[in-house]
Structure formats: C-alpha cells, structure tokens
Design a protein around this ligand. Structure first.
Ligand code: FAD
Length: 387
C-alpha cells in the first residue's frame, strides 16, 4: 500500500481565495503547466499567484508504468528519476518473438521522484484538495471555493471541469489498463500481442531496476483485464501485487471548453496505438503553460490563448486518427500477416523510420529551456518523507 501523505483531519483547513491561475491535477500535465509558469509576473511586475491542487500529495499515487523515450527525461532535466534504459523492444506473439532495434532508447523512471523533480522546476503554491467541479471560474473543492480567470484541468480522463457530455466507459472511446508491480529484474522491455491476454490490446513487462511493471491494456473497454494481468504475471513467475490501473483515452477531445484549458488525458492527449500518454501530457502541458504565461504577462488575452492552444491541440488530430486506425487494424490481422508485419520491423531502416515519425508527434526538443523559478523549494511529498 502506498503511504498516505495527504493532509487529513485538522490539517485540512478551509481553502478559499482569488488566484491568477489554478492548475488542477499535479501529475504529468499539471506539473508541465506549472513548470512553464515558474517566475511568471503580472503586467505591473508583481509575481503571479498560481495555485496547484491535487487530491493527493505530489507524486503520492503512481498513474502509469512510467515508460518514456529517454530523450524526454534528458530534455526536461529529469534523469534523476531514471531507473532503466532499453535499446530494443521485445515483441511476443503466440507463435514467435522478435526484437526491434529502436533508433532511440526508451527508459523507465520512478514516479514520485520524477514528480518531485518536476515540481521543483515550478514555484506555484500547492494544496491537497479534491476538486468537485466548478461554476464559471469558481472552483468547488472539498476545502472550499476558489476563483481564478485561468483554470487548467489536468485531472485525467474524467475531464471533471468540462460541461459533462456523458463520456463514460464502457461506451466512451477509452482503453483500460491494469498493472502489478512485483519486485524483480530483467534486461528486456517486452510486450505481448496475444489473444490469450487480450483480444485487442497488448500485455507488457517494463523493468525498472528492482521492480517489474507487468500489465495488460485493452482497447476494448468491455474487456476486463484483471484476470489476464494476473495470468501474465503468473506466466512470468511474478507475484500480482501492488495494483495500479485506470481508463486511458484513445481519442482527442477539445483542449479548451467554456473558458477552461485541458491538458493530458483530460483532452485525450494519449497516443491511441500504444496508450503512451506521459510525453504527450508533458508536451501539451508545456504548450498550455506557455499560453497562460503570456496571458499573465498581459501580452495576450485569455480568449486569444484559448484559441491558440485549442488550435495547437487540434493540429495534431490527424496524427491521432492515424494511430487509432493502427489500433483498430492490428487485432484484425491474421496470424500470418501479423507475423510478417512484426518481422518487417526488425529491419533497422524501417523500425528507425517508424519510430522517428512516432517520436516527432511530441518531440523532446519542444521542452526547451524552462523559465527560472523565483524560489527553490522541496516538493511536499518529499518533505513529508524526510520527517
Ligand atoms: C496501467 C497503465 C500504465 C500506463 N503506462 C504508461 C507508460 O508506461 N507510458 C506512458 O507514456 N503512458 C502510460 N500510461 C498512460 C499515462 O499514465 C497517462 O496518459 C498519463 O498519466 C496522463 O497524465 P495526466 O497528467 O493527464 O493525468 P494523470 O497522470 O492521470 O494525473 C491526474 C492527476 O489529477 C489528480 N486528480 C484526479 N481527480 C482529481 C480531483 N477530483 N481533485 C484533485 N485532483 C484530482 C490525480 O490525483 C492525479 O495526480 C499508462 C496508463 C495506465 C492506466
């Protein structure tokens, strides 16, 4: 069980006030927005009041298997959270195994440490509070109401701050993913395309130095992945312990709505073919943060920022649609065609070209040089852990 660090009882004091910007959600998307707002000023030169909210402390609850192109960790100055690097992807089907030589490496990282490092690149205020909804630009939390002209929803697929369009599993375009985190070591980053584990989707084992992250993701939200996650762990001789799972969006949704900014899973910023959503949450979070920063500085209005960020997100739509086609095609392939497709990817030039195109959807250079925070501080979760 993760250790609970969130404020409870008497520590949960009332929380009210007016802020220049409130970022809801302190995971990949929200932390990337906050990074871009470090040191942000208002037109009169005063520091902008930026608040970040999450129902848990920063980094307290892991939300993924934490696999990402290594270049993203490097470009964001997050190598301190690095666990293990892989130059190959091992792909298993029921009848054969192939090794794809990747043109760039993939790494796993430690979630609490990455969140801590990212939080330290920002200088916003942070409070643990559960966001329940909003009325206009007034946010309702379990500790009170807050107002801000700039509000970001980085709280995941529920898209809590949107109008509510009945977007719910199993009818909504969502995948489901579940994994276990037993202790163990391996040199291989592995995936399984095997109907034994999931009719449409894949299983994975992501080693992270002394831990394996073994899971199953189904593109069909009606397929329950619990039994097959346990089966895969069992087949690998690992224990099914320390579960982590969630719904994963596989379709873009509007990145702005009714004056609110959405980044990460709340805007469907998760690549449909692979369910890779960390670097895209960082990428779109950075884009969103840059727009907000110029609103705070008075160089554009909120409406201009909403239009600009919305258009930026929309401009990626065709790439997401292509990946969705791929997601739908793979489960329909006959074993012989699947084998031919997977084997073709063992050719360096083809795998290099495909993975380079895939990386370009959210390239690491986009991270750029982060603005300098006004104050240097320690993330709350880390501070609590030191007690
Ligand atoms: C099992 C599994 C494994 C995955 N593995 C990978 C992987 O290896 N690589 C990859 O790229 N992607 C992976 N993904 C996808 C990836 O986890 C998501 O796309 C990514 O986490 C999205 O980031 P985010 O910041 O938008 O949302 P999240 O990471 O989901 O963060 C949302 C934040 O909002 C907070 N929050 C939610 N509701 C409230 C509320 N009401 N009030 C206050 N705070 C709230 C949460 O506590 C959380 O901190 C995986 C997904 C699953 C389910």
């Amino acid at each position: 069980m993760p250790r609970r660090l969130t404020k409870r009882g008497e520590d949960r004091t009332p929380l009210t006030g007016d802020y220049d910007a409130v970022i809801c959600g302190a995971s990949f998307a929200g932390l990337a927005v906050a990074r871009e707002l470090a040191g942000a000023s208002c037109p009169d030169g005063s520091p902008a009041r930026v608040l970040m909210l999450d129902r848990y402390e920063v980094g307290e609850r892991q939300t993924s298997a934490c696999g990402i192109p290594t270049s993203w960790l490097e470009s964001m100055g997050l190598m301190g959270a690095h666990r293990q690097t892989f130059g190959e992807l091992v792909v298993h089907t029921p009848h054969h195994t192939v090794r794809w030589p990747l043109p760039w490496t993939f790494s796993t990282f430690d979630y609490p440490e990455l969140c801590r490092l990212l939080f330290e690149q920002s200088d916003c205020e942070f409070e643990t509070a559960k966001v329940n909804g909003r009325t206009g630009h007034k946010l309702h939390t379990d500790r009170g109401d807050l107002t801000a002209p700039l509000i970001v929803d980085g709280m995941g697929w529920r898209r809590l701050l949107a109008g509510g369009d009945g977007f719910q599993p199993p009818d909504a375009p969502l995948s489901r993913g579940l994994e276990v985190h037993p202790g163990g070591e391996s040199d291989d980053l592995e995936i399984w395309i095997d109907r034994k584990y999931v009719p449409a989707g894949y299983g994975w084992s992501f080693p992270a130095r002394d831990e394996l992250r073994i899971g199953v993701g189904s593109f069909d939200p009606r397929f329950h992945v619990k039994d097959t996650t346990v089966a895969l762990a069992d087949d690998l001789g690992s224990e099914a312990v320390r579960y982590q799972g969630n719904w994963i969006p596989h379709q873009l949704r509007p990145a702005t709505e009714d004056g609110i900014f959405f980044a990460g899973d709340s805007a469907g910023h998760c690549l449909p073919l692979s369910a890779e959503g960390i670097r895209t949450a960082l990428y779109f979070g950075i884009a969103c943060g840059r727009e907000l920063r110029s609103v705070l500085a008075g160089t554009q209005t909120r409406e201009q920022a909403l239009r600009s960020y919305g258009a930026f997100s929309d401009s990626h739509d065709w790439k997401f649609r292509w990946l969705l086609r791929g997601q739908r095609l793979v489960p329909r392939l006959r074993p012989r065609s699947l084998r031919a497709l997977l084997t073709s990817m063992t050719h360096r030039r083809l795998v290099g070209f495909s993975f380079d195109q895939y990386l370009r959807i959210a390239p690491p250079e986009f991270a750029g040089t982060p603005p300098a925070p006004r104050v240097r501080r320690v993330a709350p979760a880390a501070a609590a852990a030191q007690l």
